[in-house]
Design a protein around this ligand. Sequence first.
Ligand code: ISE
Length: 337
Amino acid sequence: MKLNIGVVGVGAIGQDHIRRFVQVLQNCQVVAMSDISKENLDKVNKSLNLNAKIYSDGHELIRSKEVNAVVITSWDPTHEEYALAAINEGKYVFCEKPLAVTAEGCKKIIDAEMKQGKRLLQVGFMRPFDTGYRALKQVITEGQIGRPLLLHAAHRNVTNTYTDESIAITNTLIHELDVHRWLLDDDYVSAQVVFPNKSSLAPGELKDPQLVIFKTAKGTIINVEVFANCQYGYDIQCEVVGEKGIAKLPDPSQIVMRKEAKFYIDILVDWKDRFIAAYDVELQAFIDNVISGRFTQGASAWDAYAAAVAADTCIKAQKSGAIEPIAMPKMPDFYKK
Ligand code: ISE
């Protein structure tokens, strides 16, 4: 069976996923695309030698008979309405993160999916498919460093265009919120956000960087530096301090250079390159989930909801400066793997 995919939104990550569906992944074809820019759509069709049907309206694409799986890669605030529409049509959905920009939005999608009586949706949290994160999880799960006590993480982007620090939570920190929950098999119970001096290189009034501190149900303390305009590279760091040792996420492998009295390795600058292999595995997992009729791999709407509940609290904590409790609801059996 070949999955007929319709892609809603062909910006940077949309185009990257379409390239994967066309050139890398098995058992799929891109039959439709929608975007506000007809120029972008024509460009994608041409550059990939594709003949996907073009829609100016994402909802029309979702309703079209030839599409059986919808891939949502549009602007973050539009994810919720497209995911809801696709689920209500009974279509399979891969939705890029964030599933919705609020927990309330994610909950509506959960209710719609449960009403359909079966899992239809996977969320684009790709890090659990990254070999480095997988190795780190294995070390923790095998007890090699003992009980995790602390987790130090950094999420640094070269630059970003947003000027509101709440978007640094819903668009950027959201990956950390998902991956640490998965890595530690734990949930958050509180969050606090502290701001150092604002970088003068951050756009507008954006308070950047910020440090977000969580406590988990098992008692681990997590601190995440979110630096959306760090200038020097795309840098993802994660170090878990356990009772018996420390385990650190490996940096991407790069050639080690000795040149002109320097000893160095390059740092990637584009997040799509940093996780290129993880995206491939993640999207193939989605195709396989749909074809097998069982969503055994990848993030569910519930995972996205859990991350969004924590994200909502972080935004509250940005304003209050206080340690804010996180009330995480219990996962329904529907989402147990
Ligand atoms: C982007 O959408 C991503 O998903 C990247 O992983 C993240 O680092 C970046 O901040 C987001 O804008």
